[in-house]
Design a protein around this ligand. Structure first.
Ligand SMILES: [Zn+2]
Length: 347
């Protein structure tokens, strides 16, 4: 089945609750338990998909159940041998705590459950940062976003009546005024700043981020702003400098934490002789680094993709050791710059 047929089928399933419900027993599913995602073991991190019956049986062994109320429609995928499309759902369930006198902790139970399901449970942020395939990261972003949105969006913002959530979780209709609401997300600009010689990059350390990790400047777009205006303003607010030019990199990434956003990548050029003054509420530090310094941080990150050797001391935390892992758009932007794929911007 071609792409057009697929998106039209997905659109039909999104709206037609009865049709989607009848597909549920032959669907495939990816799973979160206690908001932790089931991923494959080993160095290549992927989502683990299960057939409906298989998942129902294996969760049943642990006294766990799922249904359509805690599932959202992620995609249409091909059934094993045939070319028929079936839904891929994300299902998010909570595991009950073991009794207080139980010799087995919940962590042990989830470890065993993960083993029986052919994977392990990890937090969503780490999964987003380490899943190698873009399609899978975007499915996870959708899964997390729709799950959170459906849990929060319960009443009509206009008339306060109850909302009827679609089976797909792609929309909800007010039972009284019939308005339809759709999952919300916020556009964010993320910008790699380089100097006019293109030999240096300005990277920042966010307050509260892991020690030694530096990244590009990012921030939410305000109403009435283009993405380029957002990027320019965020740079002025966060590091206190003006840029000479700014352009879109034609790259974007849905990012589900803390709330749903769509990161849109930009490249800006700024002179290095400007005084950097960081916004202390958001940033710990911002510094220019040479290509060699950034390449070293990229190599360290690729050699330690789960960031297990993060620096502990205060001084070391403020030194460039890592860039964000491979799943972050900042990683892709920095690595493209190092590989010469990001030419000088022109205004
Ligand atoms: Zn209403």
């Amino acid at each position: 089945m071609g792409y057009v047929e697929k998106v039209r089928l997905l659109d039909y399933w999104k709206i037609q609750d009865t049709a989607l419900q009848s597909e549920f027993p032959r669907s495939r599913l990816v799973l979160m338990v206690d908001r932790r995602l089931l991923v494959t073991n080993g160095p290549t991190v992927k989502l683990v998909e299960h057939k409906f019956a298989d998942l129902r049986q294996k969760l049943g062994d642990y006294g766990l159940q799922f249904d359509m109320s805690n599932s959202c429609l992620l995609d249409a995928v091909e059934e094993d041998e045939e070319a028929n499309l079936i839904p891929l759902f994300g299902t998010s369930i909570d595991a009950a705590d073991p009794p207080e006198d139980s010799p087995i902790s919940k962590k042990d139970v989830l470890k065993k459950l993960g083993d029986s399901l052919g994977g392990r449970f990890t937090d969503v942020r780490m999964a987003m940062l380490t899943i190698g395939e873009e399609r899978q990261r975007n499915l996870l972003a959708k899964f997390q976003s729709l799950t959170k949105w459906a849990a929060v969006y319960r009443r009509c913002p206009k008339c306060a009546a109850a909302l009827k959530m679609r089976t797909s979780k792609s929309g909800a209709e007010c039972v009284t005024c019939q308005r339809v609401y759709y999952p919300t997300f916020s556009p964010v600009s993320i910008t790699l700043i380089t100097d006019p010689t293109n030999e240096h990059a300005l990277l920042v350390r966010h307050r509260g981020s892991a020690g030694g990790v530096f990244t590009a400047v990012a921030g939410f777009a305000h109403s009435g702003e283009s993405m380029a205006e957002c990027a320019r303003r965020e740079i002025a607010e966060e590091v206190g400098i003006e840029v000479e030019s700014i352009r879109s990199l034609n790259m974007s990434q849905p990012w589900p934490m803390p709330d749903s956003s769509l990161m849109v990548a930009h490249h800006a050029v700024a002179k290095m002789d400007q005084k950097i003054s960081v916004c202390p509420d958001e940033l710990e530090t911002a510094q220019w680094f040479s290509r060699e310094q950034v390449r070293q941080a990229l190599d360290t990150t690729l050699a330690d993709p789960f960031l297990k050797k993060l620096p502990r001391t205060l001084d070391d935390r403020q030194t460039l050791h890592y860039i964000p892992p491979v799943g972050a758009i900042a990683h892709q932007m920095i690595s493209q710059w190092l590989n010469g794929k990001m030419e000088r911007s022109s205004l």
